[in-house]
Design a protein around this ligand. Sequence first.
Ligand SMILES: Cc1ncc(C[n+]2csc(CCOP(=O)(O)OP(=O)(O)O)c2C)c(N)n1
Length: 368
Amino acid sequence: MVTPDEFVASLKENNLGPFIGVPCSILAPLIGFVLDNPSVMEYINPTNEAHALGLASGYYLGSGKIPVVFLQNSGLGNIINPLTSLNQIYKIPAFLLMTWRGSGGPGTDAPEHDIMGRDLEDFLRVCHLPYQVLTEGGYQDEIAGLAGMAAREKTPVAAVVKEGFFAAGQAPDKARTEDGFTRYEAIGIIKESLRGFTFLSTTGYTSRESFVVEDSPDFYMVGSMGLISAIGCGVAMARGDAKIAILDGDGAILMHLGLVPFIGSRQPGNLFHFVLDNQVYASTEGQPTIATSTQFDQLALASGYRRAYKASSGTELKGVLQSVKDSEGPVLVWVRVAPQNQGGTGRVTHSPEDIKRRFIEGLGRSAS
Ligand SMILES: Cc1ncc(C[n+]2csc(CCOP(=O)(O)OP(=O)(O)O)c2C)c(N)n1
């Protein structure tokens, strides 16, 4: 396995950096190293992979230096637009460090990685993106080859890494547990207080914990990070008779933040939006989000939500829920929680198709 310090040294030898992107757990040891050693390489954490590529492109225009854009292969979906309509037509080079979740094919990883995992190389070829799957024995030369091509031909390139490539390092500080109110406890209180509501939950441990807290016929979203409020708003618009509760994350809501003013503009009276804000991407081992400088209650009010609340403890949350239950939406509840995941929480065991069927039936429709 490759050690993060040697890998970063190899990036620097090729004059690559800073390190800009959205995390994947495969990169957790590498990101942990960069976060712990800011003097070695700067870490920049935009909220969406497309934003990362845009920032990296601007950084190149300003400095002539090519940053490393790190991303999970699911994020390829987010970057195809800037890749093809910015970098490739303006000839702005980029060095993508992309993980390959699902590289073993369908059924070998979580279901959200089945299709992108199976077809990653086809997608890269269709995008005319030169790439190399890095090997433990040859990655230094492979990085040099890709970086040279990016600089010479002014093209984006991708270095692809599979699970297990990096030796486990130290996770960033926030991944360590902290005393305090947890997301798991918050979900328990919300589900208990809002009996009869229809729940939708975001990607990662939020859905996993909600499933363990109580397996109701929820829409446990396993992929499509950042879109749970769009799906929830769609259900709310279609079904004025149902009360819709969205369990969102700070990283996820920030990824597609335009949905907040969208919901404010549509004013769905039956929509209740909970942001479980732990200030980190806990599901990928605790890298910081930019939520430390975001006031989600004020954001919601400025975006047209009817009400917004903040709760930082179980007692506060229970109090807020008393008011929320009978109020008209859209309502946003900003719940500040500790950064850890609940230990021993497995994946949602229902297949995505079963999740869909149960959800539709839970709404009283036939799932044919
Ligand atoms: C487009 C995309 N990029 C990255 C990921 C990897 N990923 C899965 S969950 C997650 C963290 C979500 O953060 P947040 O919403 O704050 O929830 P938390 O895990 O902290 O509860 C990330 C980055 C992904 N699934 N999809």
